[in-house]
Design a protein around this ligand. Sequence first.
Ligand code: UDX
Length: 439
Amino acid sequence: MKLSVIGCGYLGAVHAAAMAELGHEVVGVDVDAAKVEALSAGRAPFYEPGFEDLLRRSLESGRLSFSSDMAAAAGAGVHFVCVGTPQKRGEYAADLRYVEDATESLLGVLAPGDLVVGKSTVPVGTAARLAEMVADKAPGAILAWNPEFLREGFAVQDTLHPDRLVYGVPSGKDGETARARLDEVYATIVGAGTPLVVTDYATAEMVKTAANSFLATKISFINAMAELCEATGADVKQLADAIGHDDRIGRKFLNAGLGFGGGCLPKDIRAFMARAGELGADQALTFLREVDNINMRRRIRMVDLAREVCGGSLLGKRVAVLGAAFKPDSDDIRDSPALNVAAQLGLQGATVRVTDPAAVDNCKRDWPQLDYADTAEEAAERADAVLLLTEWKQYRELDPVAFGQVVAQKRVLDGRNALDRDRWEAAGWSYRALGRRAG
Ligand code: UDX
């Protein structure tokens, strides 16, 4: 099939290359000419394991191309809208400008029978509004909503082997047509027995925000338990292991630590609250405000803990920060808890050296006031404290004996409960972590 993908960020670029891998002829369209140039040359504009290989394979097959001109989307029968929906400046609500602009400029190239498929995370009610716009300006075209659940760091795997597909379609004949077209696009995935939920627009939109709210709640639940553990001397990691054995609860997303960040969870729960307010149902989601509060408190607690281990003041102390991306295997620093903590430490007078295997270039652009190092050893040189804030594999696997040679004080703060405490303590380090007793 001939497909177009509008918006070539983390979601769209991976989707475009994955659809070409499945055998479709795909054009990716983005307003950012530099991004289009990089993608066309087989260079990933962001760090995502496995993506560059997939991109090159798809380009070499001749089935994938990129353009900054919307006209390139003409002739495709299915158009995926994959642009971002960031948080509005100074408000909780999502900024729908890019979705609206993309859909609007797509209208000019639509032919009767074309299918427009929204994949962006949007407030419930958006698809119905866009469907009216499509019906009005491009008669004969149909709109469907097909939310994406990919995780950064696993984007290729999640796109080619998703754990479910959700189609939000209109009622009646158009809905049947939309479903049949989507089944054709995803034939390989559907054929592999992937669970499929076919539903209305509002449910499809809500599936995404409900899923992300649940995940955020799960993380904040265990982080609230961490606060209690800190007050009682209990151990949150053992607590999570123990409750996680109950398969109704499950161990996944119960890793206590610095909490969630990134381009999705924080802004999605806020946009969900804002939308509930508009719908007169804000009481239903007031708990998400607490989820957000618990999450933000972890960052403050981390800074407090760093100050405590540095003897009550951060002034003039050298602090190494390992990890800057919002999570490992990503160079994404949007709402990164690690960078938030690093910045607070700097403001409180510490000399902060940050390192990250992938995100340093992005950091230098957005946080030029911090100091950066290429390696963990360089960042930790003569440090009074080392903070592990993003649990990259290379930091989890550091040898505490050798690493101990470079620092001034063997003090490690494990912001992600990711280090082997016994090993670090055996090598003479004082080990502190959120939700766990002091050694
Ligand atoms: C999330 C959803 O998982 C994905 O389905 C959706 O499509 C987009 O949003 P992503 O933002 O890539 O994906 O990251 P995710 O793996 O969910 O992690 C989010 C944040 O939670 C990270 O900052 C991570 O460090 C943190 N986290 C995760 C925890 O603090 N504890 C955990 O147990 C799990």
